[in-house]
Ligand binder design. Structure first.
Ligand code: ASP
Ligand code: MG
Length: 466
């Protein structure tokens, strides 16, 4: 049996039309003799709205929180009614779910304290509801679907909001809860992102965690492939809004894709990659609005490519912090002190570069920066500047190649570069510039490196037909 895990993101289940397209895609796989296991996100924007309702309730805005919930109730009910003919039972269930959500929001508005555990409980409604609706819609449309509560399969620790999966338990649960269904050729439909700890308390895998669920389930069932259905054609050589002649990357390694994900390419959650890599299961990124497109295939080994890079990613809204102290000269333990300050402010560092007397670090721009800078100021002279962007070029074929840096910086010689790093992974080169220069830098690099793309790796057909 060739089992495929098919994960559909929020935009693939955002309304009746999207759910209809998703059903057609799944039915197409079944027709090809595949056995799908389906993982769905919450309907688009629902997770954000649930978090807003939780925040409002925790600030005592009971009416505001309940108003958000009531709009969500209407949206889920209307979607159901549009897709399912005999919808009474499901509509009842949706009402029960929203009644219990409202109960929690009212309680929260009384106690005014939003704990990570309650946040996970509130946000879990998104996937709980979407998975029910999608399962019912599939059945209506002729797919033999069975809803599975993801919280009975994906078992994690109790690190709420970013729980760590317990692989062995997930494998066990997948075998006892999913395999009996697939053995009868039923299509299990479950929510992504949501999970529970061993005591059955709801947890989540962190924002964007549905991809992770897909990979965990794929790994647990030793699936033939994991398909991540989104609303783009796969991984591209650059952001097409910035670079209209960006090309689809047909095949890329896990390592390269992970690098891109860390640097802001929103296609995929980096952690997705791990459970799949461990078991050597290919991941496909596909477009539910353009199902005929073959997407991007992510495999454990990078195929050899004539162009040095596969893709250019950009991360904006960054700040650069320069820490300068002559004290640093010939002392040890200084870096540790600096990082302790970052740790205290829970500030994640993207890139670091040091010299004898200075350290430059890049971080996400956020409200903490003045406080962080003040604390660093106790150790050294500190300057920080916002509106920076990190440009990251990724490609396995730069490993051990001479002259790459020269080619890259020649392509952007008209742009002022503030900081440079070549990752230890040897497959990325990154540098920091002013945010205003970012689009121009991407276009120049794209023109320099994707002039004559390798047709084995890039979809050159699309460029010709455009
Ligand atoms: N619904 C969750 C989120 O928006 C998980 C996901 O869609 O991947 O973060
Ligand atoms: Mg996502």
């Amino acid at each position: 049996m060739s089992l495929v895990v098919m994960k559909f993101g929020g935009t693939s289940v955002e309304d009746p039309a999207a759910i209809g397209r998703t059903a057609a895609i799944v039915a197409g796989r079944v027709a090809l003799g595949k056995q799908p296991v389906v993982v769905v996100s919450a309907m688009a924007k629902v997770t954000d709205q649930l978090l807003r309702a939780a925040a409002a309730a925790a600030e005592g805005d009971r009416a505001g929180a309940l108003a958000i919930s009531s709009r969500l109730r209407v949206r889920h009910r209307e979607t159901t009614a549009a897709l399912v003919k005999d919808s009474a039972a499901l509509l009842d269930l949706i009402d029960q779910e929203f009644d219990s959500l409202d109960e929690i929001l009212r309680g929260l508005a009384a106690i005014l304290e939003l704990t990570p555990r309650i946040s996970d409980l509130i946000v879990s409604y998104g996937e709980r509801l979407s998975s029910r609706i999608v399962a019912a819609a599939f059945s209506e449309l002729g797919i033999d679907a069975a809803h599975v509560d993801a919280r009975e399969v994906v078992i994690t620790d109790s690190n709420f909001q970013k729980a760590v999966p317990r692989d062995a338990l997930i494998e066990q649960r997948a075998q006892t809860k999913l395999l009996p269904l697939t053995a009868q050729s039923k299509v299990p439909v479950m929510g992504g992102f949501i999970a529970s700890n061993e005591a059955g308390i709801t947890t989540t895998l962190g924002r964007g965690g549905s991809d992770f669920t897909g990979a965990l389930i794929g790994g647990a069932l030793a699936a033939e492939a994991i398909e991540i259905w989104t609303d783009v054609d796969g991984i591209l050589t650059a952001d097409p809004r910035v670079c209209p002649d960006a090309l689809r990357v047909k095949i890329i390694s896990f390592e390269e894709a992970a690098e891109l994900a860390y640097f802001g390419a929103k296609v995929l959650h980096p952690a997705t990659i791990l459970p799949a890599v461990k078991k050597n299961i290919p991941v496909l990124v596909l477009n539910s609005r353009n199902a005929a497109c073959e997407g991007t295939r992510i495999t454990s080994l990078a195929p050899h490519c004539k162009s040095p890079f596969k893709s250019i990613a950009v991360k904006k809204k960054l700040s650069i912090i320069d820490v300068v102290a002559s004290r640093m000269l010939m002392t040890h333990g200084y870096m540790k002190e600096i990082f302790t300050v970052f740790d205290k402010h829970k500030c994640a560092v993207d890139m670091v570069s040091t010299s004898e007397v200075s350290v430059s670090l890049t971080v996400d721009s956020n409200d903490n920066l003045p406080a962080l800078a003040a604390d660093l100021g106790q150790l050294a002279d500190v300057k920080y500047e916002g509106k920076k962007a990190l440009i990251c070029l990724v490609g396995d074929d730069i490993r051990g190649k001479n002259g790459m840096a020269a080619q890259v910086f020649n392509a952007v010689r008209h742009i002022n570069v503030r900081m440079i790093s070549q990752g230890a992974s040897e497959i990325n080169m990154s540098f920091m510039i002013d945010e205003d220069d970012a689009d121009e830098a991407v276009r120049s690099l794209h023109a320099a490196f994707f002039q004559d793309p390798d047709p084995a790796i890039f979809d050159v057909e699309a460029r010709r037909s455009n």
